[in-house]
Design a binder for this molecule. Structure first.
Ligand code: PEP
Length: 249
């Protein structure tokens, strides 16, 4: 039985003070939820404040990226052991905005996933096709390339979570339909079974992302292979994210 996971990706929004305020409101709103894992990923500068505000609650705090080396001359970067030391429990890797704007490739994703897992964190690894790729009928080919290239070596880890996020749905208000999400998730799970075996496939949580909102989350979560959501915009407001966490109503 896979426990649903709802992860908020705050991107480059919120100061430390704002982050603490949102976490305090969210923890009150989700205090009665026992059967969903809740993760919030603020910017690096707000991690400490978010961790402090979440202390003793069921909200775990994660980072939005990290470097693959444990330390070194990499100006501006943050390493996985630094995140673990701070108290983070998760890190997002391979988000499409990192791939699109910061040169992330399947090869760098693979190295980052390795670092995240090696330092005891849960990795939320992202993949998904662009609109052009979907319209060219390449969706499943792209997903296979990204899964094999970035994640194949790590699929047996119980601390790996995959987030399927069609790029055309991120921040656009367009969402994959429940059928589109299920098709991609079933395909990915089948591929995981082929690469890493049936147990790994049955255990792997596959989140759905791209304009997940309070009013579409229930239909997505009703799909058998959708195990949670990676939520951008709708996670910035505590009431809205709490409604997503409480997708069962
Ligand atoms: C995301 O940041 O991963 C995301 C899915 O954003 P949004 O929900 O705003 O589309």
């Amino acid at each position: 039985m896979r426990v649903p996971l709802m992860a908020g990706n705050w991107k480059m929004y919120k100061t430390a003070r704002e982050a603490a305020e949102v976490i305090r409101a969210l923890r009150a709103d989700v205090a009665d939820v026992a059967d969903v894992d809740v993760v919030v990923c603020p910017p690096f500068t707000a991690l400490a404040a978010a961790l402090e505000a979440a202390r003793g609650s069921r909200i775990a705090i994660g980072a939005q990226d990290c470097h693959w080396e444990k330390e070194g001359a990499f100006t501006g970067e943050v390493a996985a052991p630094m995140l673990a030391d701070l108290g983070c429990r998760h890190a997002i890797v391979g988000h499409s905005e990192r791939r699109q704007y910061f040169g992330e490739t399947d090869a760098t994703v693979d190295r980052k996933v390795e670092a995240v897992l090696a330092h005891g964190l849960t990795c939320i690894g992202c993949l998904g096709e662009t609109l052009q790729e979907r319209e060219a009928g390449q969706t499943l080919t792209v997903l296979e390339r990204q899964l094999r290239g970035g994640f194949a070596r790590h699929l047996t880890s119980a601390r790996l979570v995959i987030a399927y996020e069609p790029v055309w749905a991120i921040g656009t208000g367009r969402t994959a339909t429940p059928d589109q999400a299920q098709e991609a998730h079933t395909f990915l799970r089948g591929l995981v079974a082929e690469v890493a075996g049936g147990d790994a496939a049955a255990r792997l949580r596959i989140l759905c992302g791209g304009s997940v909102k309070p009013d579409n989350v229930a239909a997505l979560m009703a799909q058998p292979d959708v195990d949670g959501g990676l939520v951008g915009g709708a996670s910035l407001d505590p009431a809205s994210f709490a409604r997503i966490v409480k997708f069962r109503g």
